[in-house]
Design a protein around this ligand. Structure first.
Ligand code: GDP
Ligand code: MN
Length: 424
């Protein structure tokens, strides 16, 4: 899903007329100080990462002066939360919180529902999983008629909101439902929204995720990649996405796993199909190797797509190997893969001479495909050639994850040793 950071979500909420605190994002302590000066008075400094529980992780701090805001920003931006570096902070006016509430709209996938669902609770601020079920009030939203005022009133009454506040809460929830629809959200969660000392309601936090399939309808968001991304978009991500966007067969977009470009043992991962991908992971896991990425070329794509995907996979830096994992029986014409791989390896291996490449290709047109690989790559696979660690396998190893893993590991060890001997 295309997810927004809190500060981005709040900007869009504000534009849709939802009450949000005065604030702005900053990328340095100096900038944080300037924003705090612009706000005037005590502020909240909040680390911007794609993770919940920031309060507990120590990246939400309340301070009184611009200098303290700068210091808090510096401390927060030196942290890593759930493996994610904190590159920005949101500085916003400190709220005078009288009570915290929870509300969210998610998609209810239950067979009898299949529609958005509003959840509301007077127990806001904490992890919603830790709130007792009976204190979370829910209503399905009719996709045609939308969230109605009586739905809102009903939720408020169930939650025990006092009569005098019902219209205030009902209009807050209604506005939220309109915003969810306007932006084609998948999830829109405000935890907490708070009642201030003066009695107004305001969004203190925001988690906003846009439905991937609707991203094309929202050029205003400028979402580059309609996928759930843990970190920043790289150039390679953009290339992978351009393959994916125009061709739904397989997964052209390179999902980066926990790959960090420096640790040993990462393999450029190119399975063919979902089940095959699971077996490929078994192959790697069994020998302690790790996938650098996920991408797959199932669905019988044309050779040019396979070529582009393989090229992206192989372009990742510091790989210890490459696996074309056609485990099980791929029900597609495998010669597209064979032709594409010949072209890619001729282009890429001279840049990474000796890189271990295990190519497993089984299924339709297997014999012809293996022949294309063997003859096409023969010139690369000479004892001193850049393709000296290319190995080609077919149906005899179609489910043999142990064998494939062990071959990759043995080749990767040789490759590492050779690189170390060359001082690389
Ligand atoms: P999360 O921990 O990542 O969900 O971050 P939140 O934005 O929800 O902040 C955690 C908690 O900080 C909230 O539940 C509030 O209890 C507390 N808090 C106290 N004062 C403030 C304030 O002025 N603004 C905000 N946003 N949170 C505050
Ligand atoms: Mn929160």
């Amino acid at each position: 899903m295309a997810k927004f950071l809190e500060y981005q979500g709040k900007e869009w909420l504000g534009k849709a007329g939802m009450p949000v605190p005065k604030g702005r994002a900053a990328s340095s302590p100096e900038e944080a100080k300037q924003v705090a000066e612009w706000i005037g008075g005590p502020v909240a400094v909040k680390g911007q990462v794609q993770a919940g529980g920031r309060g507990k992780a120590g990246i939400v701090k309340l301070v009184n002066t611009p200098d303290e805001a700068a210091a808090a920003a510096e401390e927060i931006m030196s942290k890593t939360v759930k493996g994610l570096p904190v590159r920005q902070v949101l500085i916003e006016e400190k709220l005078d919180i009288k009570k915290e509430f929870y509300c969210s709209i998610v998609i209810n996938n239950a067979k009898e529902a299949r529609c958005p669902m509003m959840m509301f609770s007077t127990e806001g601020g904490m992890d919603i999983e830790s709130v007792p079920e009976e204190l979370i009030h829910k209503v399905n939203i009719d996709p045609i008629f939308g969230f109605q005022i009586y739905d809102a009133v009903d939720l408020c009454v169930k939650a025990g909101i006092p009569d005098k506040d019902i219209s205030k809460f009902a209009s807050f929830l209604t506005k939220l439902a309109q915003t969810h629809k306007k932006y084609d959200c998948q999830t829109l969660e405000i935890n907490p929204f708070v009642m201030t000392g003066s009695g107004s309601l305001i969004c203190a936090d925001c988690k906003m995720e846009i439905d991937n399939s609707s991203v094309g309808r929202h050029p205003e968001f400028n979402i580059k990649i309609a996928r759930d991304l843990p970190g920043e978009v790289t150039e390679l991500d953009m290339i992978g996405w351009s393959i994916e966007e125009t061709d739904a067969r397989g997964t052209g977009f390179l999902m980066n796993m926990s790959y960090d470009e420096v640790s040993p043992g990462y393999v450029g991962y190119h399975p063919i199909g979902g089940g095959s991908a699971m077996m490929g992971l078994d192959a790697l896991n069994q020998v302690g190797l790790k996938p650098a990425n996920y991408a797959d070329t199932s669905g019988n794509p044309v050779g040019s797509k396979i070529y582009r995907v393989a090229k992206c996979v192989l372009s990742q830096p510091n790989l210890d190997g490459y696996l074309l994992g056609g485990f099980m029986m791929a029900n597609q014409e495998q010669w597209h893969h064979a032709n594409a791989m010949v072209k890619v390896l001729w282009e890429e291996l001279p840049k990474k001479p000796g890189l271990p490449c295990v190519l497993l290709l089984c299924g339709n047109r297997e014999d012809e495909s293996l022949e294309i690989l063997r003859t096409g790559l023969a010139g690369l696979m000479t004892p001193d050639g850049p393709g000296k660690r290319v190995e080609i396998y077919g149906k005899e190893h179609v489910t043999d994850t142990k064998f494939i893993g062990e071959r990759l590991l043995a080749l990767a060890k040789e490759y590492r040793a050779e690189k170390e001997a060359q001082g690389k």
